[in-house]
Ligand binder design. Sequence first.
Ligand SMILES: Cc1ncc(COP(=O)(O)O)c(C=O)c1O
Length: 405
Amino acid sequence: MIQSVMPTVVRPTIRLTDRVAAMQESPTLAVLNRATALIAQGVDVVDFGPGEPDFATPHAVAEAGKLAIDRGFTKYTNASGIKPLREAIAARYNRRYATRIGFEHVVTGCGGKQELFNLALALVHAGDEVIIPAPYWVSFPDQVAFAGGTPVFAKTRTEDQFRPTLAQIEAVATERTRGVILNSPCNPTGAVIRESELAKIVEWCASRDAFLIFDETYELFVYDGNEHASAMRWFEQYPETVVIVNSMSKTFAMTGWRLGYAIAHPEIISALGKIQSHSTSNPSTIAQQAALEALNGVNEDVQRMYDAYRERRAWLVPALNSLPGICCADPDGAFYVFPEVRAFFGKAGITDSQSFASYLLDEARVAVVPGGAFGADDFVRISYATSMERLREGTARMKAALEKL
Ligand SMILES: Cc1ncc(COP(=O)(O)O)c(C=O)c1O
């Protein structure tokens, strides 16, 4: 009898690369996921988590998007974006900073996040160290690590409202330092870097042949007489050093349109365009047309949003500081506050920012983002991109829950 010989069945395996395996999936977002699930079940959760404006995209901008579809702007464009949009971005910067850049200094992409990611791929060599002030926006370290570099953190101080200084950066620099990533106004702390300090950091980077990526996604949201200092001021002096990243997302309430940009030396811009040409290609053609409209002027809408954030912040900071055990620095900008909650550690099973956030969700039905996600475990992030009514409600609930501790 002939025995049929069945080939040994080898189960196919999924073999993720080391670089993906090393990427952090923020464990602290578990609290927000739980909040989302509760909201879906109909539970009344006050959500202080959102990192995006609670306003609709300005009407004229949305209309421009619709018109783009009607007019057939629905095909591929140049991978770096259409020339009129890149020119409009260059013109906006030229007006503000008296520079003379052209479209060749600008690349547009699917959000500022894409440009930051591509910049890491384009500029970070294996083994390079990149200095990032902490607390930091969650994606910076992972982007650097994904590109083969090592993120190195320069700790900022609560006493200085978390504003980064050259001394803090110098303290962690080594001969492998290849660049610095600054984010001002900062997510999550709201810190706005002082112009004098920024000047020193730009000079320092240039003198060491290190790049300076300057993320000014929240540039317009600066309060209380603070002024936004942009590294763009030094762009023409140090075009090989300074890279600007910005976005339509927050300024124009366009998060879902996915339109951001970078300004840099044309050689860097070409590299970013090349990466895009092999990955996403152009950012949405429709979003590009909408962005053009936004840049051509929806100033009143932007002012209205700014006024609302300012009013909420002015109410929220003292309201939080009046809660027992909460200590909240006055943030210079963005739409977040970053209170310290360490006073509650050791109570009711709270040991860190994540268990504090869990306690608030369980006891108060208030969702906040644990500071551990931003490299600062004694803090939580509260977004005031929500209505005054919800801010009042959430703060009252927090008060009741914290008084039990
Ligand atoms: C500091 C910072 N940079 C960049 C981004 C990216 O924004 P987008 O990709 O929507 O332009 C964000 C979004 O939250 C941010 O907070």
